[in-house]
Design a protein around this ligand. Structure first.
Ligand code: DP6
Length: 356
C-alpha cells in the first residue's frame, strides 16, 4: 500500500473472456454459502460470453472494497452493487488483496443485455478468473494450473452458483455425486474427457422468446425450493438422472441424453409452478416451440431436443451432423415465435480465454 514516502506501484491488469453454460441436469435449490442441493451438469457454450478487464492500483487506504464498475462502457448501479457485495463476501476468506487496492472493472457481454440470456454465469466466471489471475500476478506465479481454475471456479460459485461450471471446456459437473469421485459442492470439475465425441460439437441454438426482465430471479427461485413439498423428491430424482446422463454421455446415447434434457426442463418449470407463491416463467411461445420440436423429431427422426433455463427462452440442442436440417426447421417454423426473430446460434465451446 502506498504511504507518503513510498510511490504507488504501476497498476496491474487482467482480462478474461468467459462463456455462458446451459445445464442439462439443473441446479435448483441451494443452502448455506451457495452450496447446491443436488449435482448438476452443463455444456459450456461458445458464443454467449462476457469479456471482463480488472485493473487494480495500490491506492486504497479505506480498509474497504473500493470499486469502480463499468458495464458496456457505462456506469451501471445495479450490477455495480451486486459486484461490490460479491467482492465484500469473498475478500477476507479468498482474496484479501482486494481490500488493499482500488479496483476498476470493465465488463461487456457478447450478447445484448436485453436478450433475456442469463449473464451471471459468464459474468461471474470472467470476473473470478480476472481476480485469481491478479492474485497470481501479485504472488509472482505465471502458470494457470488446475489449482488456479479450481479456485476461480470456487470464487465464481460464490458470485453465482452456475458460474462455477463455466470455467471448464465442453462439459462440467458441480456438486457431489457418488458416481463422480472428484465432484465437489465447492467448485465445478471438467468432465470433457469422459464424454463421447458426438457431444463435443453439440449445438445449442437459443431462441429468444422474450427479452424482458424475469418476474422472479433465479436466486429467489432457489430460495422458494426450501418450502417446496416436492423438493426432497426432486433432489433424489436429480441424482438418479445424473447417473443415467453420465452413462449416456459416455456411450454417445443421444436419445437418452435428449430425454433427460427435456425431462429436466419440464421438472424445473413444474417446480416453479408448485412453489408458494407459484409462478410461471414460460410464455405461450415457449410451449408452441416445445410442441413443434417434438413434432419435428417424431416426423423426421432427427435427434433434436429442447431445454430451458429459468426463463421463457428455448435452447435447441442437436448434434453437428444435423445442422442444416435443423437450421431450416428453425428458420421456417420456430423463428416466428422469437422476439424480433432473435436467435443466438451457439455451440459447445472450449472454455474461458485469457485476453490480456
Ligand atoms: C435454472 O446460478 O443463476 O439456470 O446461484 O442464485 O446465482 P444463483 O443462481 P443461478 O441459477 C441457475 C439455475 C438454472 C440451472 C443451472 O444453471 O444449473
Amino acid at each position: 500500500m502506498s504511504n507518503s514516502t513510498e510511490m504507488p506501484s504501476d497498476p496491474i491488469k487482467a482480462g478474461w473472456e468467459s462463456p455462458s453454460n446451459i445445464a442439462i441436469i439443473k441446479y435448483w435449490g441451494k443452502h448455506s454459502k451457495q452450496l447446491p442441493r443436488n449435482s448438476s451438469v452443463s455444456f459450456t457454450l461458445s458464443t454467449a460470453a462476457t469479456r471482463t478487464f480488472v485493473t487494480i492500483k495500490d491506492e486504497n487506504e479505506t480498509g474497504k472494497v473500493d470499486l469502480d464498475f463499468v458495464f458496456n462502457g457505462k456506469a451501471n448501479l445495479t450490477f455495480s452493487a451486486r459486484v461490490e457485495k460479491f467482492l465484500n463476501s469473498i475478500c477476507d476468506e479468498y482474496l484479501p488483496f482486494l481490500k488493499k487496492y482500488s479496483i476498476h472493472v470493465d465488463t461487456s457481454n457478447s450478447f445484448p443485455h436485453s436478450s433475456g440470456i442469463a449473464s451471471s454465469a459468464s459474468g461471474m466466471s470472467a470476473l473470478a478468473l480476472c481476480l485469481c489471475d491478479l492474485e497470481n500476478q501479485l504472488k509472482g506465479k505465471i502458470e494457470f494450473d488446475d489449482d488456479f481454475f479450481r479456485k476461480a471456479s470456487e470464487v465464481s460459485r460464490l458470485g453465482s452458483g452456475s458460474a462455477c461450471r463455466s470455467i471448464y471446456p465442453e462439459m462440467a459437473v458441480w456438486g457431489q455425486h457418488e458416481d463422480i469421485l472428484d465432484a465437489s459442492d465447492e467448485y465445478g470439475i471438467s468432465i470433457g474427457h469422459h464424454i463421447h465425441p458426438v457431444f463435443k460439437s453439440f449445438h445449442d441454438d437459443i431462441l429468444i422468446i422474450s427479452a424482458g426482465e424475469k418476474s422472479v430471479s433465479s436466486t429467489a427461485g432457489h430460495n422458494l425450493m426450501e418450502g417446496n413439498p416436492f423438493a426432497p423428491v426432486r433432489y433424489k430424482q436429480a441424482n438418479q438422472r445424473m447417473r443415467s446422463l453420465i452413462s449416456a454421455l459416455k456411450h454417445g446415447n443421444i436419445s437418452e441424453f435428449g430425454k433427460i434434457a427435456e425431462d429436466e426442463a419440464m421438472t424445473l418449470h413444474a417446480l416453479m409452478m408448485c412453489s408458494d407463491p407459484s409462478y410461471i416463467l414460460m410464455e405461450e411461445g415457449t410451449l408452441s416451440v416445445i410442441k413443434k420440436i417434438k413434432h419435428f423429431r417424431e416426423q423426421t427422426s432427427i435427434p433434436v431436443f429442447f431445454t430451458l433455463d429459468a426463463g421463457p427462452n428455448v435452447h435447441v440442442l442437436y448434434p453437428d451432423e444435423f445442422e442444416n436440417q435443423v437450421n431450416t426447421f428453425i428458420q421456417d417454423e420456430l423463428k416466428p415465435y422469437c422476439n424480433e426473430g432473435r436467435i443466438i446460434r451457439d455451440k459447445v465451446g472450449t472454455g474461458p480465454e485469457k485476453i490480456c
